[in-house]
Design a protein around this ligand. Structure first.
Ligand code: NI
Length: 181
């Protein structure tokens, strides 16, 4: 397992829709291991393959005391919504109240190609939605209303990392209750 650099906002890899996984091989298992280790080191509550520059539909999550991963996710969202703070390892130090579905049922595969279903509410549901968005080139700031997004973009332009390509994972100076993903 290797801790790998996380791509930052502005990197085209974060805006490129990822391809479905078709081969459940050793490479995929290495990717899941690297995602898991990099997520824990950050620390974050989730990490998606495009954040490591890999255009495959794979993410890991760490929420409600559970660490897991999902390949080729397909989400079923609750009608009930939640509002809560959200951040992203690709936008260090930036967070905003972000609307999400309260609950999610996520179907997909594990790294061995077995079908799996993940269910969660609140933080876990938020992490699964956030990571699946990454696979479609969507960032949490895209889920904000115009005014909140404008404020987030202002903060991004002021951030010391803005304009850099990647950030080496280190102990974060900006803990956000583990809600960064
Ligand atoms: Ni993120």
């Amino acid at each position: 397992m290797t801790i790998r650099p996380i791509r930052l906002f502005g990197d085209p890899a974060l805006r490129t829709p990822a391809r479905p996984v078709t081969t459940f091989d050793k490479e995929l298992r290495r990717l899941v291991a690297d995602l898991t280790e990099t997520m824990h080191a950050a620390p974050g509550s989730g990490l998606a393959a495009p954040q490591l520059g890999v255009g495959l539909r794979v993410f890991t999550f760490h929420a409600d005391g559970e660490t897991g991963h999902l390949v080729n996710p397909d989400l079923d969202l609750s009608d009930e919504m939640q509002e809560g703070p959200e951040g992203c390892l690709s936008l260090p130090g930036i967070s905003a109240q972000t609307p999400r579905a309260h609950g999610v049922v996520a179907k997909g595969w594990n790294m061995y190609g077995d079908p799996v279903t993940l269910e969660g509410t609140l933080l876990k549901a938020r992490a699964i939605q956030h990571e699946t968005d990454h696979l479609d080139g969507i960032l949490f700031i895209d889920r904000l209303d115009t005014r909140a997004r404008r404020e987030a973009l202002r903060e991004i332009r002021r951030a010391e990392w803005f304009g850099q390509d990647t950030v080496e994972v280190r102990l974060s100076p900006h803990p956000l209750d583990g809600r960064r993903a």
